[in-house]
Design a binder for this molecule. Sequence first.
Ligand SMILES: NC(=O)c1ccc[n+]([C@@H]2O[C@H](COP(=O)([O-])OP(=O)(O)OC[C@H]3O[C@@H](n4cnc5c(N)ncnc54)[C@H](OP(=O)(O)O)[C@@H]3O)[C@@H](O)[C@H]2O)c1
Length: 336
Amino acid sequence: MNNEELMLRAITQAEKFKYTAKPNPVVGAILHNGEEIISEGYHEKYGDNHAEINAITNAQKYYGVKFKRFADLTLICTLEPCSHVGKTGSCAKKIVDVGIKNIVIGSIDPNPKVAGKGIKILKENNINVAVGLHEKLVKNQNKYFFYKHQNNKLFVTLKIARSFDGKSHLNSNERVFVTSESSRKDVQLIRATQDAILTGGNTLRNDNPIMNARVDFKVNQPKKILLTNKKYRKDLDFFNEDFLEVFKSKDLKQILNSLSETDICSLLVEAGPKLATSFLEARCVDQIILYTSSKALGKNGVSWFKEDNAIENYGFKLESSYKIDSDTKQIYIKDE
Ligand SMILES: NC(=O)c1ccc[n+]([C@@H]2O[C@H](COP(=O)([O-])OP(=O)(O)OC[C@H]3O[C@@H](n4cnc5c(N)ncnc54)[C@H](OP(=O)(O)O)[C@@H]3O)[C@@H](O)[C@H]2O)c1
């Protein structure tokens, strides 16, 4: 196995932890001696050990058996080892301390706290560092993490479920399911990929949503964000977990700026027409996921938008279209 094959393995295995590592990036590390893999390590869960630390700890079990010195091994690492101490200590310092002398890195870490500083520590300690092997794959695999740090803002997805006649809900505010059960299951999967979900006061009051990811695998649940200026009942299902934040402000840019100071990289907006339109008007949306059902809500339904081609007029173009039972799922991205 060569470095290239092992980098691909580290990337593929790291992917298994994409729901539990977020909002951190998924990272994989492999120690090998040119003939065989000595150990592997992954960043499995947010707040837990980084991949390099797990690979080093796992290798220590074979010390004196499969290898004599860390200097005889090569470390493959999908992302630059961190320089900062953070929750778990500096990985770059640990690599230096155990005596690794060769490291192959997929991509520089875009987080300004690291961005080249980890590599600097390694080089200053006479470690051979090669960077850029399968860099594109690493960036794609951690799309939201790279987007956030390269643009200094969150990646915002707006979800819209509409009836065949373009409606969001009934004007009586009585709760109705606009789309099919399969589309609603698909939304649960999308929630599972996101670092945070945001909604508005009317949706909270009318729908009493839980707004977590209800899936049959382990997830670091998205943080819930509520925008309301009104008093709310804390006994609602929405508040049954403690990872949430309430903003009284209506200034979306300011709210997004303050969220980008946290670890969150991706945000799913699941609100009704008023708040969704405010997000679009403020040019705060990067992607729209649109579910259209084959059922109409009729004259008692509340329209999402005044015009038929509002999404295109807000500067989005269709990227992909799928069938989900009798519904259609379409993904729109910014037309730049
Ligand atoms: N079909 C779908 O995909 C979907 C998804 C979610 C919700 N819905 C439906 O949407 C209905 C509610 O829609 P909605 O548009 O009236 O309410 P909404 O989604 O709750 O958004 C409006 C509320 O958000 C708060 N807000 C804070 N900043 C804002 C800003 N900059 N611009 C606009 N609102 C801001 C205000 O809450 P306060 O008034 O509390 O201060 C405002 O009343 C619900 O009945 C629900 O069934 C449909």
